[in-house]
Ligand binder design. Structure first.
Ligand code: AMP
Ligand code: MG
Length: 609
């Protein structure tokens, strides 16, 4: 009796609620499930429930990154194709075995990729940079090898622990396991992982007109497709579907079926929630627990039922959340996407629940006549760097094939009367993973205080402390006065001394960014730090990069050029050279600027960026 009262109360406040409000209510009833330890290959897409530390170094030993010869870099000094350095080959080592000999001055060991570096060796020279091939083809003496290039210490050597160092935190609790994380677990020697378990979702179709897909169709019947759409959706998002079959529109049939589903973590029904016939579902569910019928401000998919079914299992009472989706195949799928999908992801411990949304130009007019949020089935294409969305056909809520043609749902807000072709719309991307929309955000915190309060000292200490914990740190300094960067004693210099990986100084009129590098950057690596507000990048140097180049040539320095002619777009010269390439007079800056403007600015698609 009591449950009926609860039900009536809920029904009493039945009103039109927003999509967000409905989702919030659904989510408030679901909890993250318990964790279980299982084989790593069964964990794809699941959330790690423990921090994973490494007990080993990967690679376990210094080893070779190439097939070649292990040697002492010192022994290759001055080596070139025209003047090889000859070494005595004292052995061979393959991946999986340990070297039995060590490298003494003047010797080399033939080594395969992945094989441990022999004692005494500090570099690997690959086969291509030796005379091995010519020796073999001329059936020459293989007890010696000619080295054709000078090697630096560490060349082609993979250092012990360079990927993973023993004792480090490798995967954090909460990580979603993708194939690469499963590979990392395997590389650590883990055959199983502790993950949040997958929810079991019971699925029940309702309706006297429905028939199973393996039965012949009688007049008035239709095949039950919702069971399959929903079960496939449940699997796609990581749950385990438990198919209950078809419940008839009678109290007895529904009661029996629902009972079968109560050991699941969630029950999803379809049909029987529209005004015409919801009395039966209402009666059955109200008997078992609480249920509310909502009118959600969306189209398709207005009627939705939600509640919890109470089930006594021994002494414990379990509450099974129940989502009653509308029967129309498209409505049931779209409401699944908006409400059941996030609920399943929450139960699996996932943090990112929203489907990625992009902005696209709509290619059809769409009217929104009744002030609800319209989810229109669209096919999104990308043309010339821009997304376009076009309707996939008739939008009736029973027309599943227009859903099958769609890869997105264009969202027309409830406040809008519609859109015209050419307008921008938000499109929810049905086939994109939730994580796809997430861009890594950098945490930021600022240390503030009065002058002389010790901000800089604390900054230095924190930088050192976070470096100790393995973080890469950027120190950002706001400087109201001048821009003294990298000068001994100044704050930016002190931050760099304290170990900061990058220092950024921002003043009211200038910005400087100094980042420690471990190699000379190429143009592609530099571009991302240049903002989009500029019109032209004038570089000096970068001779080896593939960007367009103009060489300055001065008579007094000789007639030869630094670059080969194919690499150059023009030559600025105070003489005249015998070439086909455009020559611009030294001193006529206007002519050079015109050339650049015409070729690289106004016609900027031809440049590399
Ligand atoms: P209902 O919400 O039960 O009134 O159903 C609305 C419409 O969806 C009716 O035309 C039903 O025949 C159809 N329908 C309901 N359940 C299913 C199902 N499982 N598979 C295909 N169509 C269904
Ligand atoms: Mg029905």
């Amino acid at each position: 009796m009591r449950t009926k009262i609860i039900y009536n109360t809920v029904l009493g406040v039945c009103r039109m609620i927003s999509v967000e409000e409905a989702l919030e209510k659904v989510l408030s009833y679901v909890e993250v499930l318990e964790s279980e330890r299982k084989p790593i290959l069964d964990c794809l897409g699941q959330v790690l429930a423990e921090d994973v530390y490494s007990t080993i170094d990967i690679p376990p030993l210094d080893n070779s990154a190439m097939d070649g010869y292990a040697l002492r870099a010192e022994d290759t000094r001055g080596a070139s194709e025209s003047s090889p350095r000859y070494l005595v080959v004292v052995g061979e080592v393959a991946a999986g075995s340990m070297p039995t000999k060590e490298i003494k001055p003047g010797t080399a060991i033939r080594i395969m990729t992945g094989a441990p570096l022999p004692e005494g060796a500090d570099a690997i020279v690959r086969f291509e940079d030796t005379d091995e091939v010519s020796r073999k083809s001329s059936k020459g003496d293989l007890s010696h090898i000619g080295i054709l290039c000078q090697a630096k210490k560490g060349l082609n050597v993979r250092c012990r622990g360079e990927d993973i160092a023993r004792g480090n935190l490798i995967l954090k609790k909460g990580t979603v396991l993708r194939p690469q994380e499963i590979g990392v677990l395997a590389s650590l020697g883990h055959s199983a992982a502790l993950v949040i378990r997958r929810p079991i979702v019971a699925i029940l179709a309702t309706g006297d007109e429905l028939i199973g897909v393996d039965q012949p169709l009688a007049p008035g019947q239709i095949y039950d497709s919702n069971t399959y759409t929903i079960a496939a959706e449940v699997s796609r998002y990581g749950g385990i579907p438990k198919i209950l079959g078809i419940g008839r529109d009678s109290v007895q049939s529904l009661t029996e079926k629902i009972d079968e589903g109560l050991d699941a973590d969630m029950l999803i029904t379809s049909g029987g929630v529209s005004k015409g016939d919801y009395d039966i579902v209402k009666d059955v569910l109200a008997e078992h627990g609480e249920i509310g019928f909502w009118t959600v401000c969306m189209k398709p998919g207005k009627p939705l039922a939600f509640g919890v079914i109470k089930k006594a299992t021994g002494r414990r009472k379990r509450k099974v959340p129940h989502l009653g989706l509308p029967g129309n195949p498209v409505s049931s799928m779209i409401t699944f996407e908006q409400f059941a999908r996030p609920a399943i992801l929450r139960m699996m411990g996932k943090k990112i629940l929203a489907k990625p949304t992009i902005q696209a130009i709509i290619e059809d007019d769409i009217a929104n006549t009744d002030g609800r949020r319209l989810f229109a089935r669209v096919m999104v294409t990308r043309r010339g760097g821009q997304y376009y969305a076009s309707l996939t056909g008739p939008q009736g809520s029973g027309i599943l094939t227009s859903m099958a043609k769609a890869n997105g749902l264009a969202i027309i807000p409830e406040s809008s009367k519609g859109v015209k072709a050419g307008d921008m719309v938000d499109v929810q991307m049905l086939d994109w993973g939730e994580e796809q929309g997430e861009v890594k955000t950098l945490p930021i915190v600022s240390i503030v205080g009065k002058s002389q309060s010790g901000k800089t000292v604390l900054m230095e200490q924190l930088i050192a402390e976070f470096k100790k914990r393995g973080y890469k740190v950027v120190a950002l300094k706001h400087s109201r006065g001048g821009m003294e960067i990298d000068q001994p004693g100044k704050d930016s210099w002190r931050f760099a001394q304290a170990g900061s990986d990058a220092v950024c100084v921002s003043s009211p009129d200038k910005l400087a960014f100094i980042k420690k590098l471990d190699h000379d950057l190429n143009i592609e690596e530099i571009m991302p730090i240049v903002g989009p507000e500029f019109d032209l990048i004038l570089a000096e140097g970068f001779r080896k990069s593939k960007i367009p180049k103009i060489e300055v040539h001065r008579k007094e320095l000789g007639d030869d050029l630094l670059c080969s002619l194919e690499e150059l777009s023009a030559i600025v010269t105070d003489g005249s050279l015998d070439t086909e390439i455009a020559q611009l007079p030294w001193g006529d800056t206007v002519a050079v600027a015109d050339f650049i403007e015409k070729n690289f600015v106004l016609n900027s698609r031809s440049s590399a960026f």
